[in-house]
Design a protein around this ligand. Structure first.
Ligand code: DC
Length: 224
């Protein structure tokens, strides 16, 4: 293994995606949003009429879907059967159903293995040419990349997390329900509120995006 792996997890509203993308951009790494794999899996099931509560049917769909991830931090996107679905995987329809796939214990290991393969590929070649990858998502510091060069848990006070998401649109009550409700649902299969051994917690409650990015760049400089 040659390239570096920066793994960032944490709940919604901690700045995870923005910070991870910026870290990747500054270091010339690939940017891998692991959540996108759950989202595209959900989209494909919805499109193909697969009942999201039919555990094995969902897993079978996930195992055969034709997905390509473009890991450019300046313009990350997701292709499904050659179609750019980057916007479609962000719609409410997908957001409201994605936990059903993320908590599907037959589909989840398939997506987790896909994620490990993507990360390994970036340490040898891929988009980054072997420089490595900044990967984000609920379990990347633990289940996906426990040997990552840098492992960070981003946290922030609950009210701040809700306020940040509310700042992106929608009304406060809906946002509170979306942020806290989904975290609660996802917590049934992944623990992402407590840092595992060797994982550094960066509390972004009082940090700007730039400060959070800098904290991670400092850790990367220390360790590589
Ligand atoms: O980060 P996001 O909102 O795009 O994540 C989409 C869903 O997938 C959400 O329910 C959390 C879940 N997820 C997960 O369980 N593990 C990951 N590594 C990434 C996302």
């Amino acid at each position: 293994m040659t390239g570096i792996v920066i793994a960032i997890d944490g709940p919604a509203g901690t700045g995870k995606s923005t910070v991870s993308r910026e870290v990747a951009r500054r270091l010339g790494l690939a940017y891998f949003d692991t959540g996108a794999t759950y989202r595209v899996a959900t989209l494909t099931c919805l499109r193909e009429g697969v009942d999201l509560t039919a555990t094995s049917d969902v897993a079978a769909m996930v195992a055969t879907m034709n997905v390509e991830l473009v890991l450019d931090p300046r313009n990350p996107h997701v292709m499904l059967d050659g179609e750019d679905v980057s916007q479609l995987i962000r719609t409410d329809t997908v957001a409201l159903s994605v936990s059903k796939v993320a908590t599907n214990l037959e589909a989840r290991p398939i997506l987790q293995q896909m994620q490990r393969d993507v990360i390994a590929g970036e340490t040898e070649g891929g988009f980054s040419g072997g420089k490595g990858v900044c990967a984000e998502g609920r379990d990347v510091t633990t289940a996906i990349a426990p040997d990552a060069t840098v492992r960070v848990l981003l946290t922030a006070d609950e009210d701040v997390r809700v306020a940040r998401r509310a700042g992106e649109g929608a009304d406060a009550a809906t946002v509170r329900e979306a942020v806290l409700g989904r975290d609660k649902q996802d917590s049934t299969v992944v623990s992402f509120h407590e840092a595992a051994d060797g994982v550094v917690t960066v509390d972004t409650t009082h940090l700007t995006i730039d400060e959070a990015v800098q904290a991670i760049l400092d850790l990367a400089a220390e360790r590589s």
